[in-house]
Design a protein around this ligand. Structure first.
Ligand code: BTN
Length: 261
């Protein structure tokens, strides 16, 4: 078996995008693509620049979690300078791009768990982290971070609720193909902004938990209820047992009946 080469040129060669990936920088090893992306965004790198790491030594997830990303998986960050009104759509764009790309390279049907987890068969296969910097005298800069488990054997990291694409598909998924498709899909959705209506509609339609009984854990609260809807900014509308509707902007959702794990 030949080992696939992941590099800037293997990603950009013949890439059919004009914005996302016009500059791709590959590092065999980084602490976190988010930090490198943030640093070069501050220096004004072109919009659409992508930072890819072969492996990350200090990958991070939402809510100060560690994101384990050894060699053989996908860890990248995309730098964008959207209108401020476009910021809420970035997590939707990234989630949809991941779901479409996984389908295209593996045939697997992935789902989105609010707000930004990607699941296959109820197990987490990917996650999205968005970090924005809004300054008064400059356009906003945003970094979309995407981590996808490809060769990761989650059980070896003590994770029974996670999986990798190779494990889930029973094959060998090409990281180069997956990343190239991701850049195409991100561009396709990003270019529909500032009108995010179609992105919002599709994202809402693909959320796994809508209409179900859930527990939402945030930094300050644990709330129970029915995940009734999501609003246009991506916030979860939770119908509480007393009939009131709570708007939740961040947290982790657990299905009361489980995700079928
Ligand atoms: C989450 O599930 O909480 C989000 C995980 C995001 C991980 C990606 S991997 C690429 C980028 N660099 C990081 O340090 N984190 C994101």
């Amino acid at each position: 078996m030949t080992v696939e080469e992941l590099s800037s040129s293997s990603v950009t060669r013949g890439l059919a995008t004009w914005l996302i990936g016009r500059k791709v920088v590959y590092y065999p090893r980084l602490a976190s693509t988010m930090d490198t992306a943030r640093r070069i965004a501050r220096r004004g790198t072109p919009e659409g620049t992508v930072i890819i790491a072969g492996e990350q030594t200090r990958g991070r997830g939402r809510r100060q979690r560690v994101w384990v990303s050894p060699e053989g998986n996908v860890a990248l960050s995309v730098i964008l300078y959207p209108e401020i009104s476009g910021l809420p759509y970035l997590v939707m764009i990234a989630s949809l791009a991941v779901v479409h790309s996984i389908r295209s390279v593996s045939g697997l049907a992935a789902e989105i768990k609010w707000p930004n987890d990607i699941l296959i068969g109820g197990k987490k296969v990917g996650g999205i982290l968005i970090e924005n910097e809004v300054k008064r005298d400059r356009p906003a800069s945003a970094v979309i971070g995407i981590g996808i488990n490809v060769s990761l054997k989650a059980s070896e990291h003590g994770e029974i609720t996670a999986t990798g694409l190779n494990e889930a598909s029973g094959g060998e998924i090409s990281r180069v193909k997956l990343i190239r498709q991701l850049l195409v899909e991100i561009e396709r959705f990003y270019l529909t902004l500032p009108d995010g209506e179609s992105v919002y509609q599709e994202w809402r339609g693909r959320l796994a938990a809508l209409g179900k009984r859930v527990t939402v854990t945030s930094d300050s609260d644990v709330l129970e209820g029915i995940a009734e809807s999501v609003d246009g900014t991506g916030a979860l509308m939770l119908r509480r047992p007393d009939g009131t509707l709570s708007r939740v902007v961040a947290g982790d959702v657990t299905l009361r009946e489980g995700y079928g794990v």
